[in-house]
Design a protein around this ligand. Structure first.
Ligand code: CAA
Length: 283
């Protein structure tokens, strides 16, 4: 199962980050999204990240160009016909993911691995939309992808051992650390992270402390690089709510009930850094 060409579906923050690290590791990449403007935005973000590396004298301008040249942009999902590994990083919506996987199953070579970067949706259910559930797997990258070392690799019920092994090896080639987990709501990362963020929001909601104080306690007291409310703004409050709802529904346990304040902010369109306002305001 040699992986040479990777296709990344979705040129948002996660998809463009994944395309960047794949191209940096020498893989040919097809970055796919629905509209040219999404591709241009994602590609510009990659170019900016690489330019920062050039400015810090960690790579040359020629290296940067070589990496960018490895990334082909496409609005056609039919480009999947050329890929050995497809990593889907589209919107977190089960129906949309099922549609994408059913389409990929028709187009991609029989030997191709279909991976999803979903942060909490069941891999086994996504796999069931294809006729090759053994070749479907979760590859959960962390944000910001170029910086974070972890890739949580999630085995669906039917994922074949050789598919797992190929994805694990690929992850190491990306200079990342693979960690194997099974398919349960939120996997490991978000099952633990999101209830902590939700609890921080409850702490604010109940007036225990200000948002700055809550973040300061967790940053200085627990050595977290960001406080939980800053991190929630960074991830996106809509994403945080969606993951909490997935945990709540998946386990049916009220300990995963999303905080009403989180719902209120999302309803207000205060989604965090990306909309300029969340628990903090951004210029
Ligand atoms: N893209 C690329 N590189 C970035 C970056 C980005 N968006 N943001 C920061 N960096 C790089 C900087 O260039 C810098 O690189 P060098 O040290 O090599 O020069 C380095 O990261 C550190 O950046 P800064 O000095 O600007 O800032 P910092 O020290 O505060 O670090 C951070 C920024 C890495 C984001 C750090 O605050 C951090 O680790 N935060 C927590 C991130 C986290 O928890 N991510 C997981 C989110 S959960 C998730 O992704 C899963 C999910 O499903 C929701």
């Amino acid at each position: 199962m040699e992986i040479k060409k990777v296709m990344v579906i979705g040129a948002g923050q996660m998809g463009s980050g994944i395309a960047q690290v794949c191209a940096m590791a020498g893989f040919s990449v097809i970055l796919q999204d629905l509209k040219e403007e999404f591709l241009e935005r994602g590609f510009a973000g990659i170019a900016k990240n690489l330019q920062r590396q050039v400015d810090k004298e960690r790579m040359t301008g020629a290296d940067k160009e070589e990496i960018l040249n490895r990334i082909e942009r496409s609005t056609a999902i039919s480009s999947a016909g050329e890929a050995d590994l497809i990593i889907e990083a589209a919107i977190e919506n089960m129906e949309i993911k099922k549609q994408i996987f059913a389409q990929l199953d028709e187009i991609a070579p029989q030997s191709a691995i279909l991976a999803t970067n979903t942060s909490s949706l069941p891999i086994t259910e996504i796999a069931a939309a294809t006729k090759r559930p053994g070749k479907v797997i979760g590859m959960h990258f962390m944000n910001p992808v170029p910086v974070m070392k972890l890739v949580e690799i999630i085995r669906g019920l039917a994922t074949e051992d050789e598919v797992y092994a190929a994805v694990e090896e690929m992850t190491r080639k990306l200079q990342k650390v693979p960690v194997e987990v099974n398919d349960f709501p939120g996997f490991v990362s978000n099952r633990i992270l999101m209830p902590m963020i939700n609890e921080a929001i409850y702490t604010l909601y109940e007036g225990v402390a200000s948002h700055e104080a809550i973040d300061e306690v967790m940053k200085l007291g627990m050595n977290h690089p960001m406080g939980p409310l800053t991190l929630a703004d960074f991830i996106g409050l809509d994403t945080c709510l969606y993951i909490m709802e997935t945990l709540h529904e998946g386990f049916g346990d009220d300990k995963y009930r999303p905080c009403p304040l989180l719902r209120k902010y999302v309803k207000a369109g205060w989604l965090g850094k990306k909309t300029g306002r969340g628990f903090y305001e951004y210029a």
